[in-house]
Design a protein around this ligand. Structure first.
Ligand SMILES: CC(=O)SCCNC(=O)CCNC(=O)[C@H](O)C(C)(C)COP(=O)(O)OP(=O)(O)OC[C@H]1O[C@@H](n2cnc3c(N)ncnc32)[C@H](O)[C@@H]1OP(=O)(O)O
Ligand SMILES: O=C([O-])CC(=O)C(=O)O
Length: 375
């Protein structure tokens, strides 16, 4: 993979710490979690195995996995106080704000009293995020109080079950599993770095994750999967997609779901989710969104040498599974909490408060004028 030109704003190219969790843009296909290539993980394991890997730095054996999944399953219930708060959040709210509030409020009820408790809080957050977002979504949109303690074996199936009121198909369960694996971890991206900065002050885990959710929400980061859906949903055909994109590029608009801060030629997660999007389009019997997405990919490469990142084909894949657009980025949270919290533990284990310097560009020293003298 070609090296990206580094330097300049955004701390680009500056090493801001060490990690043993992930490499981005380096060996193999360009992305590894604890030494395992993303393609092999996506092919061979479940998201729960990846979450365990990130928490404990090794894949679980069969009994560790069974116990881990049983623990996650047993932690899906919401405290009544949290349900009361979720019921007060309006339907017009953005679900990322609901996730942020849900996480922060849980931190009041189940405060991390000591760093020794981190693992159980991490498992609780993994288990409870789907319950938080869908309890609010179904209450505010459908007027129902859903049961969040489903018997589904995986986090992905649990999410789809609560959303659609029925256990998902094998295909949809498999797509959710892959999607959660692809989103789990990505080194020092903006939201993870937020979590690490917060952890470096020796703050609690709910504060670290709440801050990270805020960073992920923006359209330049996790919010791009929703922005990509807004872009493609009105494209009636590949030809219309091409015309729209050429117009946007001529106006120097940013095309959400394309480009990356580290990768230069491709994002290794793209081919994987793209393949699932194609399979889903065949299942639904409607390839419009997939076809326009492929044309967008071609146009962006030909015109700008920009490629789809992990978010772009997630838009069509999630849409084909009947997931409302505004729930796209919360799924990213359900997954990335595994990476964020692994980084929090790593930061705590070898901590120095993160406090960079700034180049000063303000006025020279000057006296404070009296209020009556100010213009
Ligand atoms: C899971 C994730 O979070 S992946 C990222 C999701 N975010 C998006 O999809 C949002 C759209 N993409 C972007 O805004 C950017 O590509 C980012 C934020 C991901 C990376 O930003 P940077 O590292 O600053 O981008 P980079 O240095 O590669 O940009 C090079 C040039 O390409 C342009 N460019 C980059 N991405 C895009 C895009 N999506 N559409 C149009 N132009 C773009 C930049 O404006 C820049 O042009 P300039 O030199 O004339 O200013
Ligand atoms: O690494 C980044 O800058 C953004 C990204 O792809 C991710 O967080 O998954």
């Amino acid at each position: 993979m070609a090296e990206k030109a580094l330097g300049g704003a955004g701390l680009r190219g500056q090493v801001a710490g060490e990690t043993a969790l992930c490499t981005v843009g380096q060996s193999g296909s360009g992305l590894t979690y604890c030494g395992y290539d993303i393609k092999e993980l996506a092919d061979k394991v479940s998201f729960e195995e990846v979450a365990y890997l990130l928490a404990h730095n090794e894949l679980p054996n069969q009994s560790q996995l069974s116990e881990y999944k049983a623990r996650l399953k047993s932690m899906r219930a919401l405290p009544q106080e949290l349900k009361d708060v979720l019921e007060r959040i309006p339907a017009e709210a953005h679900p990322m704000d609901v996730m942020r509030t849900g996480c922060s409020f849980l931190g009041n009820l189940e405060t991390e009293q000591s760093f020794d408790e981190a693992d159980s809080h991490i498992e609780r957050l993994l288990a409870v995020f789907p319950s938080i977002v869908l309890y609010w979504y179904r209450f505010s949109h459908d007027g129902v109080r859903i049961e969040t303690e489903t018997d589904d074996d995986s986090i992905g199936a649990h999410f789809l079950h609560m959303l659609h009121d029925k256990a998902p198909s094998e295909l949809h369960t498999a797509v959710m599993n892959t999607s959660l694996i692809l989103y789990a971890e990505h080194e020092f991206n903006a939201s993870t770095f937020t979590a690490r900065v917060c952890a470096s002050t020796l703050s609690d885990i709910h504060s670290c994750v709440t801050g990270a959710i805020g960073s992920l929400r923006g359209p330049l980061h996790g919010g791009a999967n929703e922005a990509a859906m807004d872009l493609i949903e009105n494209m009636e055909s590949p030809a219309a997609a091409e015309e729209t994109l050429l117009g946007m590029l001529a106006r120097k608009d940013k095309i959400m779901g394309f480009g990356h801060a580290i990768y230069r030629e491709f994002d290794p997660r793209n081919d994987i989710i793209k393949e699932w999007s194609k399979k889903l389009s065949e299942e639904v019997g409607d390839s419009r969104l997939y076809d326009v997405s492929v044309r967008c990919e071609e146009v962006m490469w030909n015109e700008k040498k920009l490629f789809p990142n992990a978010d772009f084909f997630h838009a069509s894949a999630y849409h084909y599974m009947g997931i409302p657009t505004k729930l796209f980025t919360p799924i990213f949270v359900m997954s990335r909490v595994s990476g964020w919290t692994a980084h929090v533990k790593e930061q705590r284990a070898n901590n120095r408060i993160i406090r960079p310097s700034a180049d000063y560009t303000g006025p020279e020293p000057r006296p404070v004028p009296a209020l009556s003298e100010r213009k």
